[in-house]
Write a protein that binds this ligand. Structure first.
Ligand code: TYC
Length: 99
């Protein structure tokens, strides 16, 4: 059995809330509105109504928050957006920023 000493730091890391990251969707002039709505439904589990409202908000304002996730989940979603977009030849992009 390992006899490694558990430090205060180890305990702090075990009980602290994870850092959270906003995933932000960026507007562009080429991706179709329909495609963006579909991405929001498939990757971010939004309803069609919610997805449409988010897409229109991003279209008007240039960017918009899609959700708040832990680092790994946010990164996975950003990669899913990028690969779905690349597959269809669209430049759609999302980014993350620390809460
Ligand atoms: N601006 C795009 C259009 O007019 C639609 C769009 C909305 C693209 C949101 C990206 O994140 C986006 N077809």
């Amino acid at each position: 059995m390992s006899d490694k000493v558990i430090s205060k730091e180890d305990i702090k890391n075990l009980i602290k809330k994870p850092n959270m990251y906003r995933v932000i969707l960026l507007n562009d002039d080429y991706t179709t509105m329909e495609f963006v709505i579909n991405v929001l439904m498939v990757v971010f589990h939004k309803s069609i109504t919610e997805a449409t409202l988010i897409m229109l908000d991003v279209h008007k304002k240039g960017k918009g928050i899609v959700g708040l996730y832990t680092y790994d989940i946010a990164l996975t979603k950003i990669n899913q957006v990028e690969s779905m977009a690349a597959e269809s030849g669209y430049p759609l992009k999302s980014i993350m920023e620390k809460e």
